[in-house]
Design a protein around this ligand. Structure first.
Ligand SMILES: Cc1cc2nc3c(=O)[nH]c(=O)nc-3n(C[C@H](O)[C@H](O)[C@H](O)COP(=O)(O)O)c2cc1C
Length: 153
């Protein structure tokens, strides 16, 4: 059975909601999903997965790469991990009030690129809480990753 690991960072619940939506999408495709909060997750957990997903909000309080504080250790470990052969995807919520809208999504995407994993779908950025249109984009994101993964085999 295909294994999906979804790691999320969420302060007020928007990214957790997005992770839940993706979780349901992958489960509906018959995949086995494990979801966990970023500060409670070891990057090595990705070694047991076929598809690796990060869902993160962006926080610009002087933090490196606008990565949430509780996700910095995970981010640094990701940069040093070999995930060759795996498929990855990144999405996250931000607020267009800020100049660097959802920058953590770009930074996690770049970190994944260094791991040797293959990007399964273009990253998705959501304005605050996911609305109906965003949910459709997240469903499409999951479907694109599923198609990409199935074509690989
Ligand atoms: C202090 C602070 C700084 C933030 N900085 C940014 C930022 O630079 N870019 C951005 O897109 N959103 C920024 N946000 C907005 C959050 O990313 C946004 O509210 C997001 O939806 C929170 O997701 P969550 O509900 O999963 O915690 C910031 C929020 C706070 C409170």
């Amino acid at each position: 059975m295909t294994k999906v690991k979804i790691v999320y960072a969420s302060m007020t619940g928007n990214d957790e909601d997005m992770a839940d939506i993706l979780s349901e999408d992958f489960e509906n495709a018959g995949m086995q999903v494990e979801m966990s909060e970023i500060s409670q997750t070891d990057v090595q957990d990705f070694q047991q997965a076929d598809i690796c997903i990060v869902v993160s909000y962006t926080y610009s309080d002087g933090l490196e790469g606008h990565i949430p504080d509780e996700g910095l250790d995970f981010y640094h470990d990701l940069l040093e991990t070999n995930l060759t052969g795996k498929t990855f995807g990144v999405c996250g919520s931000g607020d267009t009030f800020y100049q660097d809208f959802a920058l953590a999504v770009d930074n996690f995407e770049q970190a994944f690129q260094t791991t040797g994993a293959t990007m399964g779908a273009p990253s998705v950025k959501v304005e605050l809480a996911p609305d109906q249109e965003d949910i459709a984009r997240l469903d499409q994101f999951a479907q694109t990753i599923i198609n990409h993964f199935q074509k690989k085999d």
